[in-house]
Design a protein around this ligand. Structure first.
Ligand code: FES
Ligand code: MG
Length: 607
């Protein structure tokens, strides 16, 4: 197979100059070369090594004490270094702004673009020829991929891997998913707080990221489906021996990629994104995936819309039986064959663009042609899937321009209650109860005066990229305690925030534009009737247009939808330039900067 690129080693020294040579090996500027060299020689690498044509490889380290999901990367990086060295490169490890999904307030969603921005600056401004992206916890994956795409130097991702399975009294307990269940059990009085904590802690038994098909497993699987990490590597549990081995192989491979000049723009093509959309449906992937992939596509300059998720993804069946849509967890996914087995099933129906190139220099088709399902309880064959039509449905109407619903988590209970009218099997109507942020929801959800019943549709607004700020995972709301006690668990939830990928709630999410950007949610009132038609893909407030227009005039006269003040400089800066979730919630001015290693050349000398 022919490989792209122009940087292959040629005999007699005709290899094009490496990027890092502009710093370390620049005969035209010996003073500056000495200045650049001396400080990096400080930790024991000699001038000879720096000037022998070895690629300088960054290890973008996302693990730290503040980022426990990715903390194992501190160990894995040692094996990455050995691989880099073995292949003739020099490794320079550096920290990435930490993003911890469950630790960062007000939401880790605020930090994806900050980590992106920082990493772009590092990859561009330092002597790096290639980079290993240490991915894992939800937003570390898109932040790293987006930055590598913007700079466009050779890059390979390495997952930290999922945690081992959680267990409690003989049953699998999945990270995140168990929290939603434990919350309901406690609200219904079935467990006390001590029981709540031990149930939740049982789901996190080792190092690694969430073991459910939450956003972490989703995004790590999609990084592989996009072709950005070695085949078969995404699902290996963090503590496994193979995880160390794949770290070593990743280090070796990035050095070759630099020689081949195999860059993110060669891999992240529209074909690759379509593959990822289809894999996302087949794995029962998170509703955060469209935000991150649409954002990544914009940074790499590929056309990708929210409608592509329905066009290419909706018809795809669910194959992977992982919580929250199914039963099993990360270890089981790995033992069943991981991403290659899923891709192979999709290939058998012609649903994969097999020519899409991947980081190992081979195509997706070549990598997955022989991948077998090794446990059909966990990965189901495509001819008898767990569920048909497991993708996302895109909805639009006077409530928002777009929002999505994950079809694979619609439960039988939900179907029976809301989608059982034989004349209208895809639509439901009900009165809205509107909450302005999670504090309002927590304060009022159990208030009997709200008269919530099984026909109520719960709304959460003020939770988007501008309103929250950062778009928080707060849309999935439990039913009030008086309904839980009657066995009613899930009411339809709609909002302009996100939902944890570990939640199985059939919510309508990522509404764009958000209330804070003047979306229809801003003029919705408690008591309005709303109609959701999943068949037609519509979501509307059933209030006359004149009344809606009157409310909008009133809202605008009052200065727009109110949200909390900025608390940090970054909150203010990001609010001033972030786009909506439909288009990736990216920093809009950053989209103008593409492939900057090629389009902007090498930055100026610093002295
Ligand atoms: Fe970090 Fe789930 S909280 S991976
Ligand atoms: Mg999350």
């Amino acid at each position: 197979m022919s490989k792209p690129g122009n940087g292959a080693h040629k005999p007699n020294g005709t290899r094009p100059l490496r990027r890092s040579q502009a710093w370390f090996d620049n005969p035209g500027n010996p003073d500056m070369t000495a200045l650049y060299l001396e400080r990096y020689m400080n930790f024991g690498i000699s001038q000879e090594e720096f000037q022998s044509g070895r690629p300088i490889i960054g290890i973008a380290q996302t693990g730290s004490d503040l980022s426990p999901c990715n903390r194992h990367h501190l160990d894995l990086a040692k094996r990455v270094r050995e691989g880099i060295r073995e292949a003739g490169g020099i490794a320079l490890e550096f920290p990435v702004h930490p993003i911890q999904e469950t630790g960062k307030r007000p939401t880790a969603g605020l930090d994806r673009n900050l980590a992106y921005l920082g990493l772009v600056e590092v990859l561009y401004g330092y002597p790096l020829d290639g980079v290993v992206l240490t991915i894992g916890c939800d937003k570390t994956t898109p932040a790293c991929l987006m930055a590598a795409a913007t700079v466009n130097i050779p890059a390979i991702a390495l997952s930290v891997g999922p945690m081992l399975n959680g267990w409690f009294r003989g049953e699998r307990t999945g990270s995140g998913t168990i929290v939603w269940k434990a919350r309901e059990l406690m609200a219904a009085g079935e467990i006390d707080y001590a029981g709540f904590v031990s149930l939740v802690a049982s789901s996190a038994p080792s190092t690694g990221y969430c073991n459910t098909m939450g956003t972490a497993t989703t995004m790590n699987s999609l990084a592989e489906a996009l072709g950005m990490q070695l085949p078969g590597s995404a699902a290996i549990p963090a503590p496994h021996r193979d995880r160390q081995e794949v770290a070593y192989l990743t280090g070796k491979r990035i050095v070759e990629m630099v020689d081949e000049d195999l860059k993110p723009s060669d891999i992240l093509t529209r074909d690759a994104f379509i593959n990822a959309i289809r894999v996302n449906s087949a794995i029962g992937g998170s509703t955060n995936a469209p935000i991150h992939l649409n954002g990544l596509a914009r940074h790499v300059g590929v056309e990708l819309t929210i409608d592509d998720w329905q066009t290419y993804g909706e018809e795809i069946p669910l194959l992977v039986n992982l919580q929250p849509a199914g039963e099993y967890l990360g270890e089981d996914y790995h033992h069943a064959g991981g991403v290659p087995a899923v891709v192979n099933q999709l290939m058998s129906r012609g649903l994969i663009n097999e020519d899409a190139l991947t980081v190992n220099g081979k195509t997706m088709g070549e990598n997955c042609r022989d991948a077998k399902i090794l446990d059909e309880k966990v990965i189901w064959p495509i001819d008898r899937p767990l569920k048909e039509h497991a993708g996302f449905r895109v909805l639009r109407g006077n409530l928002f321009d777009s929002a999505i619903m994950k079809l694979s988590v619609i439960s039988q209970e939900f179907r029976d209650r809301y989608l059982s009218n034989p004349k209208d099997p895809n639509a439901f109507e009900g009165p809205a109860v509107v909450f302005d942020g999670p504090e309002d929801y927590h304060a009022r959800i159990d208030d009997p005066d709200l008269h919530i019943d099984e026909t109520t549709v719960l709304f959460m607004r003020g939770a988007g990229p501008i309103g929250y700020p950062g778009a928080a995972e707060v849309v999935n709301m439990r039913a009030p305690d008086y309904l839980l006690k009657r066995g009613i668990h899930s009411l339809p939830c709609i909002g302009d925030g996100r939902q944890s990928g570990t939640s199985g709630s059939p919510s309508i999410l990522n509404a764009s534009p958000e209330a804070a950007a003047g979306g229809g949610l801003a003029i919705l009132r408690t008591g309005d009737r709303v109609r959701i038609d999943l068949g037609k893909g519509t979501a509307d407030i059933l209030v006359p247009n004149e009344e809606l227009a009157r409310r909008r005039t009133e809202l605008e006269a009052s200065g727009g939808y109110k949200y909390p003040d900025h608390q940090t400089p970054w909150q203010e800066i990001q609010r001033s330039m972030i786009g909506q979730m439909e288009t990736g919630a990216v920093l809009e001015p950053a989209v103008r900067y593409q492939r900057i290693a090629q389009t902007k050349g090498i930055p100026r000398d610093n002295h």
